[in-house]
Design a protein around this ligand. Structure first.
Ligand SMILES: C[S@@+](CC[C@H](N)C(=O)[O-])C[C@H]1O[C@@H](n2cnc3c(N)ncnc32)[C@H](O)[C@@H]1O
Length: 371
């Protein structure tokens, strides 16, 4: 079964909300520690000094996260004997249930990087073999003694935090790139691949089960899967100013976004409309945007599959791909368009348009057709 324990300060609010949504979807109990300003979870016991952490990160490239071993020690103390705890960074998000790691034949599961990944880099002594963003621990004496060792090592002078410490311990006990299982004293360690259980690489993540944001960036979930999107570009989402410019048209209406992309139109309309839904063909966009919002998104092809009833439809795809779909829509249609694309291609819809809404300072406009 297993349960998730995570922690974050106020700058982690966005990923904590994704974590909550995924934990609920995957039916994992979730415990959150508030490290300062998060506004939910257990607060006051462990604090992250954000400024100090960031300064340390600038120096070494890694967050020291000294609170992490202390939190898991507390959880092992108060938890149920034998239970499995997933200690996840707030931005290490499970995509699927991970029942397959509950094999009961180890005490502590760590995630080992791809062979040779950081070797030769100046920070290899800190980043090491193991990324400490994902750990699996059975609540037993062997895991507890490993955590005690981890805490002691984290406090050693010259150790730059939790990840450095765990790597030092594992190196002292002989970890190598090929290690699958090893012993640290009486603790049985099992190594799971980061490529599946702690995926922080920029592409090729379709088989990943836990995805980990490495740097703060929008669309990081999509970035992991960009191999499968092909045509995706970072600016592939409607600017919020454009959505804002048509807010009166959607006010108290039911809106359906045809093609959800990275979700910005859906989230934007969600602020003004009475109800919003979306249809999306690409499973990567679908998964990404389902992580970000609770709005209903239907997987399908809006050219051939049934489309939800709505008062207003919003669409922004290639002009020629719109040809078969626009005539089928009975109610008001909003068509997104980058003003840098050739207006000739939109002539048909411009001729039919009741108005065109633009917001100042952006190269994006919305063609309004009322039916
Ligand atoms: C340019 S993006 C726009 C995303 C979003 N509406 C926005 O404005 O931010 C177009 C989206 O439409 C989706 N799409 C294209 N053709 C589709 C089809 N026939 N059925 C469903 N979705 C489609 C694409 O996968 C992509 O996510």
């Amino acid at each position: 079964m297993g349960r998730i324990v995570t922690a974050g300060s106020k700058s982690y609010k966005d990923v904590i909300s994704i974590m909550k949504r995924q934990a609920e979807r995957l039916r994992y109990p979730l415990k959150i520690y508030d490290l300062g300003g998060l506004g939910e979870g257990i607060s006051g016991e462990f604090e992250a000094n954000e400024r100090q952490e960031q300064e340390s990160r600038k120096k070494t490239g890694f967050m020291p996260c000294r609170f992490k071993p202390a939190i898991i020690r507390r959880e092992l103390k108060i938890g149920s004997p034998g239970e499995l705890i997933f200690l996840l960074d707030a931005d290490a998000i499970p995509r699927h249930r991970i029942d397959e790691v509950d094999t009961g034949d180890y005490d502590v599961g760590v995630t080992i990087r791809k062979k040779g990944e950081n070797e030769g880099k100046p920070d290899f002594h800190i980043s090491g073999y193991v990324n400490a963003g994902v750990l699996f621990l059975y609540n037993n004496k062997a895991a507890q003694s490993f955590v005690d060792l981890w805490i002691a090592k984290t406090n050693d002078p010259g150790i730059e935090g939790d990840q450095h410490a765990i790597n030092e311990i594992l190196i002292e006990h002989g970890i190598s790139w090929d290690t699958k299982r090893m012993m640290v004293g009486d603790t049985r360690i099992r190594c799971f691949p980061t490529s599946i259980y702690n995926f922080y690489y920029s592409q090729g993540g379709d088989t990943a089960r836990i995805i980990h944001r490495k740097n703060k960036e929008t669309n990081w979930v999509v970035r992991h899967f960009k191999d499968n999107i092909g045509h995706w570009r970072p600016k592939f989402s409607s600017p919020m100013q454009a959505i804002h410019a048509v807010r009166d048209i959607v006010k108290d209406k039911k809106v359906c976004v045809l093609g959800v992309g990275t979700g910005s139109a859906l989230i934007g309309f969600g602020k003004y409309a009475q109800e919003v839904t979306a249809v999306e063909i690409n499973p990567v966009f679908l998964e990404h945007t389902r992580m970000l919002t609770d709005f209903e998104i239907i997987q399908g092809d809006f050219r051939t599959d049934p489309i939800p009833d709505a008062d207003v439809y919003y669409i922004w795809i290639d002009a020629k791909d719109m040809e078969p779909i626009i005539p089928k829509l009975q109610n008001t249609i909003l068509i997104g368009r980058r003003t840098t694309t050739n207006p000739e291609r939109y002539k048909k819809w411009m001729d039919e348009a009741d108005e065109v809404r633009a917001a100042e300072g952006i190269d994006f406009e919305i063609i309004v057709i009322r039916r």
